[in-house]
Design a protein around this ligand. Structure first.
Ligand code: ADP
Ligand code: ZN
Ligand code: ZN
Length: 836
């Protein structure tokens, strides 16, 4: 045959690189990069994968298999998106497939075992029902008895290539994937009301109103519509949600129906997106203060990534809002990143009040359906100014902006104009497990470069890395040094807990000073936040007679006592046993709780100040879906006086009535075994202190510590970021830590310690050749065994400016070589670039 060979690279959501497939002649016409195709893999499986490359006429040198079909007409990923994925895979040492897996919502990752089910038994009212073909109907019929895997569906319908139809039915919301989706991906349809098109002038409307004087309720309804839709546009009459209109006019459904029958109003059913983005009441934006205005202009002018260093409550968020507004008005997209727990309804509502539906939300607690929707909206992005970006989508503007967490960085943006990384110092921007182990802050800078977008990193306590970059001239540095409205920063005091102890001025875990401050704040009807960075009742329990400490069976850590559940629990693997009545080692009943967590603080406080209303905010108290929100709104509404919490309470919350913040135990932060412990302590203490005295109330912060002279504590008290930065940077330079080197941590894990130790030595021998004295290890991390796997770490410190790709290749090769030996085959290898 004299035909050109036609190959494509297909990316699958597996731990693989892109695979090469060939394309049958009849399919070539409709193939584009970015669309999904169906491919066979192994003997029996089929997968949907994404075309990431088309190569005509290349010789593969091996036999390739044909693709089975093409699913999409338009691409499901965008070119800049794929470019970022490739950068992440390269820089963070993982495969493109792993990035893809993290980025795509489940429905874009179908494979033969994926189960689908019917969302609704009755499809008659769906728009486009007429568009169903016979295979669609056959699939619906097969699913009417319950969910089926794609494999089984293919068998039942007797058709090999059902994925395109499945895709269509999914899009229409008729079917859903896996249990999670079955209940959730139900497209929500809602009725919207507008003026009948026949009423196309003021005159006609006037006459109509005159004719309604006898039907008072109908008149009432029409007047309400006119009021809500004002100013009236007769060409494109505003559509108002029907339930809202009925609610506000106070008339019944039957009154509405008579209006419809008379040809006054009409209604349409529309699919609304489930982020709740319907007509929000838009609020006027406040004027920026002169200091904010100056920062805003500097940020607008910046032609590099910019670091906005603004103290807590200096009004950074208001500046972000102005920046977003400017970018949207230019017809560009916006990405506003926040750490997971800082993404609260507080911030969502603040943005929604200004931008309404223009900013979508992307949160990891959303269902896959919700994430799918955000994903699809971005794909269909069309700016309001009409300049075309979408692939011929005629729809109304959507996908303009996303407020989201780390993973929203991986979404299909087309034309970003602005990326904001708020609280840029947060360690949760780094994904640890599973791969891709990327830092969203650093990847955001790359994404900005890909789109030519402005990147703003904001924080009251910037990370050493970013601040160093700013001082080096890699980033622009913009400062806000005063709080908005001249609110003053709270005064911070330390209490020396050792002295207080000897002077007998400690009750339970409270110094007298802190207790008195709490009491007088309560008298003034002000609220209090108490911060303790440990959850549970006590981090360990110990036998007072023999010293035995209860440990996890599977991890090398002590078990935390939770009084509420009466159990000893491992915070690493979840292993849990009832609190033993006697010491398992010497049978003594004398078992003591040691140290304290949030639960114990709450417990003690309720005994010391029984009249106070106390709530706790930590991982344990927020397990149910809305608990976090409930606790925060309760506190905001002052239904609660004292909020005790872990670092969850430090994130970007803005409460007007908090006048006192207590840091229960600064020592536990400062002694954490990690080179970033001081940096984190400074950030956490400064952030939690910033919760006190916002708006017009002066606040007070009390830090309990046994080392009040610790330089970090002194720097926190004086709000002296610059001196904190200088001392920490100096230490990093002395011991050659980031930002002076690029750190890669390699971990190997295995259930047998002897095998692991041997493997550690073998790996060391391989790595030593290349890295020499830049290599440290193997050594066990502070917790040397987790979930029954022993762990050994290596640290590699590479020069900052050297190209690191060849080294990464060497590391991967060493891993492969190690595992090719039979006795080491079961070893898990992990490479973590720029660990946090
Ligand atoms: P940050 O993000 O720096 O902590 P915020 O943007 O949350 O600070 O501002 C702190 C408080 O000041 C908020 O309650 C905010 O509404 C208010 N605020 C900030 N800037 C303005 C402004 N220009 N006009 C009115 N209120 C403002
Ligand atoms: Zn004992
Ligand atoms: Zn454990």
């Amino acid at each position: 045959m004299n035909q050109k060979t036609y190959y494509i690279e297909v990316l699958l959501p597996l731990y693989l690189k892109a695979l090469i497939y060939s394309v049958p002649t009849e399919m070539r016409g409709s193939l584009k990069t970015g669309v999904r195709v169906i491919v066979p893999l192994g003997n029996r499986k089929i997968y949907s994968g994404i075309v990431v490359g088309i190569c005509e006429n290349t010789e593969t040198g091996f036999e390739t298999r044909d693709i089975l079909g093409i699913i999409d007409e338009t691409p499901v990923i965008t070119a800049p998106q794929l470019e970022l994925w490739k950068w992440i895979a390269g820089y963070y040492m993982c495969t493109l497939g792993e990035v893809m897996k993290a980025a795509l919502p489940a429905y874009l990752k179908m494979e033969s075992r994926t189960k689908v089910a019917l969302n609704r038994a009755d499809c008659s009212d769906l728009p486009g029902n007429a568009g169903l073909d016979s295979l669609d109907r056959q699939i619906i019929a097969c699913l009417s008895d319950g969910q089926l895997s794609m494999e089984d569906l293919a068998k039942k319908t007797g058709r090999k290539n059902i994925l395109p139809n499945i895709g269509k039915l999914l899009d229409a919301g008729i079917i859903g994937i896996e249990e999670e989706l079955i209940n959730n991906y139900r497209s929500k349809y809602r009725s919207f009301v507008s003026l009948h098109p026949d009423i196309d002038s003021e005159e006609k409307l006037g006459r109509l109103l005159d004719s309604l004087t006898k039907s008072r309720r109908q008149e009432q309804l029409l007047l309400k519509y006119i009021e809500l839709a004002s100013p009236l546009d007769f060409v494109y009459p505003l559509e108002i949600p029907k339930n809202e209109l009925l609610d506000k006019s106070g008339v019944s459904e039957s009154v509405y129906r008579s209006c419809e029958e008379k040809g006054i109003l009409i209604s349409v059913k529309k699919k609304i997106d489930r982020l709740g983005n319907t007509a929000a009441t838009l609020k006027e934006q406040p004027e920026l203060s002169p200091a904010q205005q100056k920062a805003f202009e500097e940020l607008r002018a910046a032609d590099r990534p910019a670091l906005l260093h603004g103290i807590t409550s200096s009004g950074k968020t208001e500046i972000y809002i102005k920046l977003i507004d400017a970018a949207l008005n230019e017809g560009k997209q916006v990405l506003y990143l926040l750490p997971e727990i800082a993404l609260t309804t507080q911030i969502i509502e603040r943005l929604r009040a200004v931008f309404g539906s223009r900013m979508g939300v992307y949160h990891s607690s959303f269902s896959d359906a919700e994430r799918t929707e955000a994903y699809n909206n971005l794909l269909k992005f069309n700016p309001r100014d009409g300049s075309a970006c979408g692939d011929g989508y005629p729809e109304v503007s959507c996908g303009e902006g996303i407020l989201g967490v780390r993973s929203s960085l991986l979404l299909p943006f087309r034309n970003l104009g602005l990326i904001i990384v708020d609280e840029e110092h947060e360690t949760t921007y780094k994904q640890y497990d599973p791969a891709p182990r990327y830092n969203a802050r650093d990847a955001a800078v790359i994404l900005g470069r890909i789109h030519g977008a402005k990147v703003v990193l904001g924080s009251a306590t910037p990370s050493l890395e970013s601040y160093y970059n700013a001082l080096q001239g890699k980033y622009d540095l913009i400062r806000l040094t005063e709080r908005y409205g001249k609110a003053v920063l709270p005064e911070i005091r330390t209490i020396d807990m050792k002295r207080a102890f000897w002077k007998k001025k400690i009750v339970s875990n409270f110094s007298e000073t802190l207790l008195n401050a709490i009491r007088s704040a309560l008298e003034r009807k002000e609220q209090i936040i108490l911060f303790q960075n440990r959850r549970g009742f006590s981090p360990f329990v110990q036998c007072a007679d023999c010293g035995h400490v209860a440990k996890c069976r599977y991890c090398d850590v002590s078990l935390t006592y939770h009084k509420y559940t009466g159990a000893l629990t491992c915070h690493y693997c979840g292993y849990s046993i009832p609190m033993p009545p006697k010491c398992p080692s010497c049978n003594s009943p004398n078992i003591k709780t040691r140290g304290f967590g949030t639960e114990k603080i709450e417990d003690e406080l309720s005994l010391l100040i029984p009249e106070a209303k106390i709530e706790r905010l930590d991982l344990d108290s927020t397990k149910s879906k809305y608990a976090y929100q409930r606790i925060l709104s309760g506190f905001e509404a002052h239904a609660v006086d004292i909020l005790v919490g872990t670092q969850m309470i430090t994130k970007g919350l803005d409460f007007g009535n908090v006048s006192l913040v207590g840091i229960m135990d600064a020592d536990s932060l400062l002694t954490f075994p990690d080179f970033r412990a001081y940096e984190r302590s400074f950030q956490l203490m400064s952030q939690v202190a910033g919760r006190a005295g916002r708006k017009d109330r002066p606040g007070e912060v009390i830090i309990q510590t046994t080392t009040p002279e610790n330089p970090v504590i002194r720097q926190v008290i004086k709000y002296d970021y610059d001196s904190f930065f200088a001392t920490q940077l100096n230490e990093r330079r002395m011991f050659n830590y980031p930002p002076f080197c690029r750190l890669i941590v390699l971990s190997i894990k295995h259930s047998r310690q002897d095998v692991l130790n041997e493997a550690g030595n073998a790996l060391k021998a391989m790595l030593l050749k290349t890295f020499g004295k830049d290599l440290a290890g193997p050594e066990p991390p502070p917790i040397g065994r987790i979930q029954n796997r022993y762990i050994l770490n290596f640290r590699i410190k590479l020069k900052k400016n050297s190209s690191i790709n060849p080294y990464k290749h060497l590391i991967n090769t060493a891993f492969i070589q190690l595992k090719s030996e039979k006795k080491y085959a079961g070893i898990i290898t992990v490479a973590d670039v720029d660990p946090m």
